[in-house]
Design a protein around this ligand. Structure first.
Ligand SMILES: N[C@@H](CCC(=O)N[C@@H](CS)C(=O)NCC(=O)O)C(=O)O
Length: 237
């Protein structure tokens, strides 16, 4: 019923976890970002921003044509609305869920993503960028830890806000941030990691992965991810 355009990265895992948690049938369309699969016009017709993941709902609730959704926050909300799962229905719970989801989408995810860029991909010696984003990534872990000291999950019950945040916490190892000082985060991280849907959602293997701590990219791969090919695909769209 749903096509999931996917790479096995924290952003990809937000949605593969949600698909497993809600139990809707779905097909994984695996992308190789290093080869520039995501820059092709066919994919830009699904996601004008040419980033992964995205979904296409082949049976939308209005009974109309297949419907494409991009941006992980919007995808999580769409699937929560479609299934009536993992988003609170009361005014305060729903708003809390949206607040923490917005915090993840606008702050936690991008800052951790930039920390990954400077620590793992940028040429060595970018000390300012490394310090700037590692500090911000660490600050946001303190914010998360404080919230999880007052609530079991971000919005009270387990929700799409947790699904958006958990995969990025899982990736902190790669930016040399230890979870040791964050006891509440560790309690929450372990509890979510034991959910069968989360375990299935993070073990999709039919897509190339970028798990190496410091991937060595050739010129073409660099261009597809961060350089001229990436820019050209946006310019010529
Ligand atoms: N704000 C986007 C971020 C998506 C994103 O950056 N995805 C990465 C993979 S984790 C990507 O597509 N990178 C390709 C590139 O940088 O060219 C979302 O939440 O969906």
């Amino acid at each position: 019923m749903i096509d999931l355009h996917f790479v096995p990265t924290p952003n990809g895992h937000k949605i593969s976890i949600m698909m497993e948690e809600v139990g809707l049938p779905y097909t994984v369309k695996a992308y190789d970002m290093l080869a520039g699969d995501h820059l092709k016009p066919e994919y830009r017709a699904i996601n004008p921003n040419a980033r992964l993941p995205a979904i296409v709902d082949l049976a939308p609730a209005d009974g109309g044509e297949p419907f494409a959704v991009f941006e992980t926050g919007a995808i999580l909300e769409y699937l929560a609305e479609k299934t009536g799962q993992f988003i609170p229905t009361d005014l305060r719970g729903r708003s809390l869920c949206q607040q923490w989801l917005a915090w993840q989408i606008s702050g936690f995810g991008p800052s951790h993503g930039q920390a990954h860029h400077f620590i793992r991909y940028a040429p060595l010696g970018q000390d300012y960028g490394v310090a700037r984003y590692r500090n911000e990534a660490e600050r946001l872990l303190h914010v998360l830890d404080r919230r999880l000291g007052e609530a079991e999950y971000l919005a009270g019950d387990y929700s799409i806000a947790d699904m958006a945040t958990w995969p990025w916490v899982r990736a902190t190892r790669a930016i040399e941030l230890s979870l040791e000082p964050f006891a509440n985060v560790r309690r929450w991280f372990d509890a979510i990691g034991q959910r069968p849907g989360v375990q299935r959602g993070t073990s999709i293997t039919n897509a190339p992965n970028l798990s190496s701590l410091r991937p060595q990219l050739n010129e073409q791969q660099w261009s597809n991810l961060f350089g001229e090919n990436m820019l050209a695909s946006a310019r010529d769209a």
